[in-house]
Structure formats: structure tokens, C-alpha cells
Design a protein around this ligand. Structure first.
Ligand code: DGL
Length: 271
């Protein structure tokens, strides 16, 4: 029986990771949940983010997933450790892969990180970066306007350019970084605008590619790769507005996906 990879995010951002998974692991099926109704997670408390994350995971259990990819930095920062401890399948977050990718690109060891308020305040990126190389210097900045912009499908044009310019000004003024981590999976959807604003001399890193590479290694280590010859089936669920979710997915994947549905998540008590 085909067992899919479960992918979760607060909304459409995890699609940036799902697309890389599909590219690097074309035989694997994906079940994706975007908790669009309660997006953004960035300004929410740690307990809320952990609760919502567990609610998505409980739902995914119905699909008999063989691996979980937490394609949300905020959920990775707050819930990855307990998910790894409590689930009996491999669990992969996006922060360590993003940090590893950035370190391979940075020459001056000064790395910028942009993400949600939750991710930035958690300190998860500096911890991951300095855990690999303690001499790395990290400049972090939260960018609260970016996720709502992306969820509204404003991915280019004058509004996107203005919001990105105004939001990134403090980071740009500080100077000195040669690498910028997109520490929120929504941001690769506006990557071109961010790259233009920061300039060509900055390496802009999104964690999707490295996360998919690690997912591939984990599957093969656990002998979980799909061996059959059936085509994969990709199911995409949202808790929010169906049309908006589907429109962004259609444009982002540039290929039809198999199933789109609106779901309700059952409440979960966490401690
Ligand atoms: N895409 C998510 C992340 O990587 C969450 C964004 C949000 O809901 O604030 O952090």
C-alpha cells in the first residue's frame, strides 16, 4: 500500500517545500494540510502553535503517513522536538536544513535571517547556525507583513515591492551580511522581490531544496522509499478559503494536483 509523506504549514507557504519534495522525490505521494483559517501562526503564542500543529498531525494520521515534514518554521521552532519524541515515524523540520544550506553559501560568516515573530523570538536559527559554527554572526528580523501578502496572492508588482522595501529597510541598513535565510516557508513565493530588494550580491536561501534532500536521505535510511510503479497521488487540504488556496497552488505547481478539499481539524488538548 502506498504511504504518503505528510506536509504541514499554517497556509500556502509549505507548498514551497512540497514542490521541492515532488521534484526530488517524484515517486512519492504527498498529503498536505494548510491551516489557512488560522494563518498567520507567526504572532500566536507557543501553546497555540503547538496545539494547531498537533491538530494537523492528528488529522494526517488518518492517511497513514510514513514521514512528517513540518514545512513551517514557526511550528518547527515550537513543536519539532516534541513531535520527534512522540511520533513513531521520521519527522523533519525546515530550520536545520535552512541553516546548513546558508552555511555552505556564506563566505564572510555573516548571515541574515528573516521570519515570523514567533520564529525570530524563539532564537531557533541562531541556535542552529551557531550549533554548526560558533563563529557565525546572525542578524535576525521578523517581517510580519509578508505572510498576509502571500496569502492574498500578491506575489509581485508595486504593492509587493513597496511592502518588501519598507519591511527590509532595517536589515538592509545594518549591512554586512552576504547570505539571507528565508526563515519562513511563505517567503520563497516572493523570493524574486526580496532578491531584487537585497541586491544580487546577497545569497538568498530557502530551505525547501535542502529539506527535500534530507527527506530523501531519511527515506532511504529507513527503507521507506516508494518502490511501486503507480503514479503518485497528491492531496491538498485547507482549513480556509478553497478558491484562494487552489489558485495559489495551481500557479505555484504549474501542474494539476489530484485532490483539493476543505477540512475541519478536531480540537486536541496539549499540555
Ligand atoms: N509558513 C510559516 C513559517 O514558515 C508560517 C507563517 C505564519 O503563519 O505566520 O513560519
Amino acid at each position: 500500500m502506498v504511504q504518503p509523506i505528510g506536509v504541514i504549514d499554517s497556509g500556502v507557504g509549505g507548498m514551497t517545500v512540497a514542490k521541492e519534495l515532488m521534484r526530488q522525490l517524484p515517486k512519492e505521494s504527498i498529503v498536505y494540510i494548510g491551516d489557512t483559517k488560522r494563518c498567520p501562526y507567526g504572532p500566536r503564542s507557543e501553546k497555540e502553535v503547538r496545539t494547531f500543529t498537533w491538530e494537523m498531525v492528528e488529522h494526517l494520521k488518518q492517511h497513514d503517513i510514513k514521514m512528517l515534514v513540518v514545512a513551517c518554521n514557526t511550528a518547527t521552532a515550537f513543536a519539532l522536538k516534541e513531535l520527534k519524541e512522540k511520533l513513531d515515524i521520521p519527522v523533519l523540520g525546515v530550520i536545520e536544513p535552512g541553516a546548513r544550506a546558508a552555511i555552505t553559501f556564506s563566505e564572510n560568516k555573516r548571515i541574515g535571517v528573516i521570519g515570523t515573530e514567533g520564529t525570530v523570538h524563539s532564537g531557533a536559527y541562531p541556535e542552529a547556525l551557531k550549533g554548526i559554527d560558533s563563529s557565525i554572526r546572525v542578524n535576525s528580523q521578523s517581517c510580519p507583513p509578508f505572510v498576509p501578502l502571500v496569502e492574498r496572492n500578491v506575489l509581485k508588482g508595486p504593492e509587493a515591492e513597496r511592502v518588501v522595501r519598507e519591511t527590509l529597510k532595517p536589515l538592509k541598513d545594518q549591512n554586512g551580511i552576504d547570505t539571507l535565510i528565508l526563515g519562513c516557508t511563505h517567503y520563497p513565493l516572493i523570493r524574486n522581490v526580496i532578491q531584487r530588494e537585497m541586491g544580487d550580491h546577497i545569497n538568498v536561501i530557502s530551505s525547501g531544496e535542502e529539506t527535500a534532500r534530507e527527506a530523501s536521505l531519511i527515506l532511504s535510511y529507513h527503507h521507506l522509499q516508494e518502490q511501486g510503479s503507480q503514479p503518485p497521488v497528491h492531496k491538498f487540504y485547507t482549513t480556509g478559503d478553497f478558491d484562494k488556496f487552489k489558485k495559489i497552488a495551481d500557479e505555484w505547481f504549474e501542474a494539476p494536483l489530484d485532490i483539493f478539499e476543505v477540512i475541519e481539524l478536531d480540537p486536541v488538548e496539549i499540555f
